[in-house]
Design a protein around this ligand. Sequence first.
Ligand code: PLP
Length: 372
Amino acid sequence: MIYADHAATTALSPKARDAMQPFLEDAYGNPSTLYSLAREPRRAVLHSREIIAAAIHANPNEVYFTSGGTEADNWAIKGTAFRYSMGKEIITDAIEHHAVLNSCAALSRIGYKTTILPVDSNGIVSSDSIKTAISQNTAIASIMLANNEIGTIEPIQVLTDIAHQAGAIFHTDAVQAIGHIPVNVNELQVDMLSASAHKFNGPKGVGFLYVRSGIALLPLLDGGGQEHGMRGGTENVAGIVGMATALQEHIEHIERDAAYLQNLSSRLITQLKQHELDFLINGSNQRIPGSLSLSFKGADGEMLLHRLDLMGTAIATGSACNSKETELSHVIQAIQVPQKYANGTIRITFGIDNTVEDADTIAEQIARILYR
Ligand code: PLP
């Protein structure tokens, strides 16, 4: 089988699995308790927080563990909105993940005004559009670092600057970026940033929210005093340890892996061109390495997915998180892929276990399906 859907999820790294093992077995103590059985898990959570903070150039007390990217996005947006009375404004854009879009929609239903910025044909949010939309009344702007369908990397630094000039908080969903491109919260100047472990070979159901110190955020999950009283709930110790181990592993090889993945993408494109297929490459040139959204003229993306599946290759059409929908994804609609191509959109996202042969095979399989 060829797995080429790494933007949907990734396999657990053996190193992360080994690091998690003790906390699934003997070291099962609750980190909040006072006896010695808790010492090891407590230390492991502390150490993991340090590793993660170092990976994004933050301080450990600015990292809060969550159940994944969805919770981190919900928390950043709703936890900011909860600080204000109704009538404040939120800014986001048309190609965000539904964790962001639906958090904004939920707040709109109780009186917040949400402005959804358009994107250009590459999926870029322009500085002009945010300048026009932002006001003193804007509580938060949430723009993703990298898109999960087309891989486009947004010009976050420029956008953050504009948000700060208007006095707004800036959050970025970095779920697709962390572990794949260098992320430095100080260079980006973001106030909050979401991440999810299963996108970088960590376990599922764990992630984190970076919150710059001094940013006033209210809890989303009220409960015990965990996470400095900001996120109630007994810590997912094994998950947190697995996430830190996997992230550290990714960061160590980030440049080498990026070059390797970039090469696989280029190889696939070259091969598809050699097969003389008519297709568009979606997204900007500044993309997550190994991430390709392709629209084949006159084709049906869902048919391609199923035929490739029968041939042993796993890819996506639209977004994995809404793969039950048969309509064009909101991202493909927002970047206005020409009608003759839009229905034939598939997403191929390589990982470091993929080979050049995989890229060649996928190109050949697509050609076979489309020529038939
Ligand atoms: N944000 C983006 C950009 C994503 O791609 C995803 C998952 O696909 C999420 C958020 C949600 O993350 P999680 O699966 O950890 O809830």
